[in-house]
Design a protein around this ligand. Structure first.
Ligand SMILES: Cc1cc2nc3c(=O)[nH]c(=O)nc-3n(C[C@H](O)[C@H](O)[C@H](O)COP(=O)(O)O)c2cc1C
Length: 200
């Protein structure tokens, strides 16, 4: 099958691309608005793009043409955000944070999760998240109804037990990250880990 995104198949682009480019990591982003109210929402159009400096990209689509989601609006106004990563235990709370609450109301309160202060930025992190990346906004590109936020990671928090302190090797049983799959409600666990040696 082939699809022509330059013309007639564009309405299917979300379903096709989000359904096939899988599994995707999920950025569970915490931001603050101008009054300091905390906002939390998940975004799977997300990945890490480099390490020198460490950069990430995340793409909140606009609610309507020219009307950003709270996350994108808060990042623009405050210049900072935290990417929290979810594990199996936090998956339901992460999805619940996709609810559209009135601006200024915190999704984290509805799932009884606490925040912890960040070390370098105003936006707090989710205290129980296994991994959190404190980020500053490098730039936000507006491409049609997508906003592609590029962030520089200033500090990384990792819960005890996930990394070996000497080798920094990841203990997958302790971490148990999840990924976004196809369909409106599709996710995957990441327990079937395997290795393939690289060529020299
Ligand atoms: C797992 C998951 C992944 C999502 N990924 C995205 C995404 O990449 N881009 C997007 O615009 N919305 C995405 N959403 C929807 C947003 O989370 C939702 O619109 C949310 O209400 C935005 O909140 P905000 O207005 O507080 O920023 C996703 C939802 C879920 C449950």
């Amino acid at each position: 099958m082939e699809f022509d995104f330059e013309d007639k198949d564009l309405p299917q682009a979300y379903k096709l691309l989000a359904g096939l480019v899988t599994p995707r990591p999920i950025a569970w982003i915490t931001t603050v608005d101008a009054d300091g109210n905390v906002n939390a929402a998940p975004f799977s159009f997300f990945n890490v793009f480099g390490s020198r400096p460490p950069i990430i990209g995340v793409a909140p689509g606009d609610r309507a043409p020219g009307i950003p989601k709270d996350t994108a609006r808060n990042i623009r106004r405050t210049g900072c955000f935290v990417v929290n990563l979810a594990n199996e235990a936090l998956a339901e709370a992460m999805v619940a944070c996709a609810a559209s609450l009135p601006s200024g109301e915190s999704e984290l309160a509805t799932v009884n999760l606490e925040t912890a202060p960040s070390a370098t930025i105003r936006a707090p992190r989710i205290a129980s998240a296994p991994v959190s990346l404190e980020c500053t906004e490098w730039s936000t590109l507006e491409i049609g109804r997508n906003r592609l936020v590029i962030g520089v990671v200033k500090r990384l928090h990792v819960q005890d037990g996930i990394l070996d302190p000497e080798s920094l090797h990841v203990n997958l049983d302790a971490y148990r990250p999840i990924g976004r799959m196809h369909g409106p409600d599709g996710y995957t666990k990441t327990r079937e880990f395997f290795t393939i040696a690289r060529p020299d």
